[in-house]
Design a protein around this ligand. Sequence first.
Ligand code: COA
Length: 330
Amino acid sequence: MSDKSTGVIRSVIAGCGSALPQRIMTNADISKIVDTTDEWIVERTGIKARHIADDSETTRTLGVDAARKALAHAGLEAGDVDLIIVATSTPDQTFPATATLIQADLGITRGAAFDVQAVCSGFVYALTVADAMMKTGQASCVLVIGSETFSRILDWTDRTTCVLFGDGAGAVVLKAETHPDSQQSPGILVTRIHSDGRFHDKLYVDGGPSTTKTVGHLRMEGREVFKHAVTNISGVMDEVMKEAHVAPADVNWFVPHQANRRILEGTVRKLGIREESIVMTLDRHGNTSAASIPLAFDVAVKDGRIAKGDLVLFEAMGGGFTWGAVLARY
Ligand code: COA
């Protein structure tokens, strides 16, 4: 840890990258599989299309692709990385961790690699763990990856869930740098995560190695999830902004988990956020669970919206329930 008079350790976002499966499935395509319409899906969720992995595309391959792009964007080599954290609920295998598979594909043999499982909040949880490890000197260059192939755990006969999700991956590289202890310095400023396991059966997968010995399918009480989402998300966003002494108007970009346009609109209204400051990709990506935030972040960095020095707020909620937020200066 550093002496506060000379500066503090900050986890600085040095680069980002993302990867999407080749195949795009539109709402019209889905309406050939289940009894639904483009109109219903767009009106209730805002989703128009999603990418679906083929057999050669997995959580590992999408994660590696996103990680390589993030390293190139940061101008770093795989050999610089001393920690890999993969947020996923759809690992290639029950074990080992997908992070170790990605570590091997990148040719990294030092440091550590592990997965974090917090469903759609996974990326926010992974950033929180990475930041804590960097601040305690346990890592200096971290690849934080959100990668998912939810299409593999969907029940493609259940129209209430299969229309909502998609596949993809996003990654950021975090570098430990010493900066003045100021809100103006780059890096992660505040992280906050929560969970409440009483709601574990509102959004879950009905299988697993220790119970059914199968992978299982995603099940969800959509209305119940919806009911808690706006309260939990706006609550934790408020917490991190208060801790950093910033107002919604000071935040340049909100990069939320991309679950549902109506949840985002409810949150925006509750917190008084400018709608133009929200990065929304769910129309093209659907809900890609732990991948959705780094995917959206990469889109907005690469199209020039998010610039160095901008204040960015990430937030998510997912199965568990889990939820959390991270405030960072890019
Ligand atoms: N196409 C057409 N009709 C559908 C449908 C579909 N894909 N899915 C459900 N319906 C029907 C239902 O069967 C129901 O019909 P009924 O009234 O005849 O019984 C009707 O639409 C309303 O269903 P309901 O579940 O009450 O709709 P809703 O307004 O709550 O919208 C969700 C459903 C899933 C879009 C909404 O609850 C939601 O967004 N929840 C949060 C989900 C989420 O974001 N989860 C991820 C969190 S990480």
